[in-house]
Design a protein around this ligand. Structure first.
Ligand code: ZN
Length: 195
């Protein structure tokens, strides 16, 4: 269908790979570095700010992000450290703790094209991950960075944002989501890039 051109098409809602627990990465080998590079390319090609390996059908605990800075916000330590390192790959990322209460924010997902909904999550999180340079980092993040990391880390545990909606939001998107899955079934849950 894609003429063999796209090596890593994004897998869409309904694909079993998106519901699976991803395998931890045991060592930063050259294939992990190459996978991260490929994932950044896919993320840009599909116009996203984050991508988790299961979204390209690879059940490993690897995430890439390119989160922009937001205006008029007091930067968290995580934003101070990480926002200027984008694009960034996170190996085995996990949420250590959360703070700051809960916040509602609109989310979308490359695996759920065209569907957006309000998702309630902790405002701030402490995230632990390993860099491709084998550095362990544990740092508190806020704002869009915290939101994006929680969304991507969910993917490593088989959770898509549509699994986290309150009943009103779930009901609102039920029909388009069912249509997306039906369409996905006909194309093996593979999505063509935007450009
Ligand atoms: Zn997503």
């Amino acid at each position: 269908m894609f003429g063999g051109k796209i090596r890593h098409p994004v897998h869409t809602s309904g694909d079993p790979v998106l519901g699976r627990e991803a395998e931890p990465i045991l060592a930063i080998t050259p294939d992990v570095v190459a996978l991260a590079r490929d994932m950044v390319e896919v993320m840009y090609r599909y116009d996203g700010i984050g991508l988790a390996a299961p979204q390209i059908g690879i059940s490993r605990q690897l995430v890439v992000i390119d989160v922009p800075a937001e205006k008029d916000t007091v930067l968290s330590p995580g934003e101070e450290l990480l926002l200027h390192q984008m694009p960034l790959a996170l190996v085995n990322p996990r949420i250590v703790s959360s703070a700051g209460g809960m916040a509602s924010r609109e989310e979308g997902c490359l695996s759920v094209p065209g569907i957006y909904a309000q998702v309630v999550r902790p405002q701030r999180v402490v995230v632990h991950f390993t860099t491709l340079a084998n550095q362990e980092i544990e740092i508190e993040c806020d704002h869009l960075l915290a939101r994006c990391l929680q969304h991507e880390i969910d993917h490593l545990h088989g959770i898509v944002f549509t699994d986290r909606l309150d009943s009103a939001e779930a009901e609102r998107i039920a029909r388009p989501l069912a249509e997306l899955r039906e369409k996905g079934r006909r194309r093996n849950f593979l999505r063509e890039p935007k450009k």
